[in-house]
Design a protein. Sequence first.
Length: 301
Amino acid sequence: MLIRSTDLETTGLPTEEDPQAVCEIGWCDVMDGVVGNPQQQFANPGRMLPPESRAVHHIFDEEVADAPPPEEAMKVLLHPRPNFFAAHNASYELQFYDFDGIPVLCTRKIALRIWPEAPSHALQFLRYWLPLHLDHHKAMPPHRAAPDSYVCAHLLLKILDTGVSFEDLVTWSMEPALHTMINFGKKHKGEKWLDVPADYLEWIRDKSDLDEETKWNAKYWLAEKRECYLQQAEIEAEQYVRSFIEKLQNMLSLNDLYGWASGQAGEMEMYGIVKGTERHSKLSDAYTRRAEELKQTEHGT
């Protein structure tokens, strides 16, 4: 299987007014678990490189002057055609290139799922935090297309070593980025999404003007909170069933049994143990057996 790690350097962040353009393409192949050598191709963006972008990647106008335009330069990414592309924060690259319809694995979104405890999920941070075992000369300098594609390729290897299925990798890459900590606002900033009140998550989902990714996270964590609640309710219901059966055995007379059982209806309902459920049948059977045992005992005496 061939996965092509890719990074694009550009003239700036695209907007509706100005889509910007690619000025450098970097790629590094991962073939059957082996990382190849990083490669690079300049692209002529058809405009001067602004100082804001040059301050990031340090590419000069003279370096791209004789390069092919981006649409031509991009063709190098399809020879040979990979099974998957990979990019860190792939949504950025996808604003400039559609990767010819080939699935793109977003290593940033995937890292958020696998290592949610990481203080940052930026590529260079993960390089040292995990850490990644790579040739540091090939990984330098940062914010250039070939070195960043090389680091991304090694991050992808680390991801694959966890055993996560490609089905999950593709799904996570297509979904919005999943965050475990709230990184906005004042009231709950720095708290785990799972720990904040459900009504706050509902407000974000239904009434806020926050971005769609944040609303998606609110919806996701609401579902997780409900699942946790249901799991806890299941645990507590099972604990109640065990306690009920143990207490039955401690009843030494029918009067004690009848008196104790008369006060259990409310608790049973609180734990969702109502007529027609398996737990209700189990407790009814246990109660009937214990009543019969006590009748026999009292009749015998």
